[in-house]
Every structure is written in C-alpha cells, then in structure tokens.
Design a protein around this ligand. Sequence first.
Ligand SMILES: [Zn+2]
Length: 273
Amino acid sequence: MPCLIPFVLIATARQNVAPSSFGDLVSFDAKRADRSASWCGMDAVGDETTKASALEAVEQALAEYPDKPLRKRLRNVFVVNRLWTAKSYFGGTVSDDRRSILVAVGDGKNREWIESAVHHEIAHLLMDSSGKAFPRKEWLAVNPERHVYPADRLGVDDLLSGFGDKTYDETLQEQGFMNRYGSANVSEDWATFGETLFSKKTDFLDAALRHKRVEAKLLIASRFYRKSFPGLWPDVEEQKPPLGSEDASRGEAWQEPVRRRENRIMTRLPSSL
Ligand SMILES: [Zn+2]
C-alpha cells in the first residue's frame, strides 16, 4: 500500500504546525471602521451568525501569513456590513493610514469570497505601505509595450462600474492581466495577483502555465510577498522572473507554481485522513 506513506507524512506535518490566531486583529466596530476610512460610507454587521462565520473566514485567510511579519503591517481588519461611495457598493478597501483593511461581508457573501477579499486588501495594503520598495518598474515592464492602464485617470466609481468583472479572461491573461478588474490600473492589477496567489482555485496557476506574462508577474509577486512577510512559503526557492529567458530557465521557472499547487493540495487535506 504505497499511497499510505505520503498521507502519514502529511498528517504528521499538519500536527506540527501551530495554528495562528489573529482573532484579536478583527473588529466589528463600525464607528472605528468609519473613522479609519474617511472616503466611503459603511454600516455595521447586524446579526451574530454573520459575525461568527465572517470571523472564521477572516481568521482562516490571515492564518496563511506568518504571525509577526503580518502584525507588523496590519493593525486591524474591520468587518462591516456594506461599504459604499456616492454611486456604488464595493467589497473592501485599505484604511487612510495604510495600516488596516476593511471588508464588507453583508448581502450573503460566502466564506470563499471573504477570504479572497482579505487577501486582495492585504495586497493593496502591502503595495501602498511599501513605497519605493514595491517592484513597480519590474511589474510594469511585464505589460505589453506602451500599455496604459485605462482607469489610471478615472475615479473610483468609474473603476467599480466599468471594471467590476473579475472573471478570469484568457485574452487579458495573454497580455498579463488576470481579468478586466485587474486590467484597470496598476493597483488592481497587483491586488488581483495577490488575491489569486492565495486562492484555492487552480485557474490562476493554470493561466501561469499558459501565459508568459502571467507567469512573470506571478514570480515577481511571489518574491515580493516572501520578502515582505519573512517565513511565508518557506519551501519555495528563490527564482528569477523568466521573461526574456524563455528556453533553458523555462523548465525551472515552472517549478514554483507547481510547488505552490502541491503545497496547497497537501495543506488543505483534512487531518482526519
Ligand atoms: Zn482592489
């Protein structure tokens, strides 16, 4: 029965990992949340059931990051019912001081959506709080030549109404963008990559295997995440972006997405196996 061996190893590894708890970072206080983000409106989560399941989903997402490095960057996750501007509702944002994130969990948002939103907003927070350390030049160099992000000069409402589509789009992936939302501006471009790096879906990794520009951005993002959160994905080795070195290094460059996918499958197996 050769298949028993890896299962035993996985079960042992899981027992050795201490679960992180970030419950103290999560706040349902809508008044504090409102003071933290001056540009939008919001209201409080009303019922305890929604609070309990949202807390679980947020904690699950935060547990993906190493404890100290995350706490160094993130002060609070404010969970509210809805967030809005004058024209639209939206799912999340970063606080004015770039130290906290806000996530709107009302209207029946499910666990998967909430986890994704947390990763998406942490990606924004990471970019916004990194200043010159953020690899902007390297990132923009992956885009097609003379590419201009269409929403760079648009307001937030234009962004939300015109670029709300988060469906993975093969034509855009060929150009290095995950979806229409991510093609709007550099900030959303980065955040859709950050979000999908932590996603349980394999679409992103499959796209990386098919599209050179997506792969290049994946590697830049993976490197910057590991630099910013020391201890994140410890078994992923340092690799150079493959753009411009398509032949010999290509085989090696594929290793990282594959390893990530393997890790993801392993760590998500139920411990009762
Ligand atoms: Zn965003």
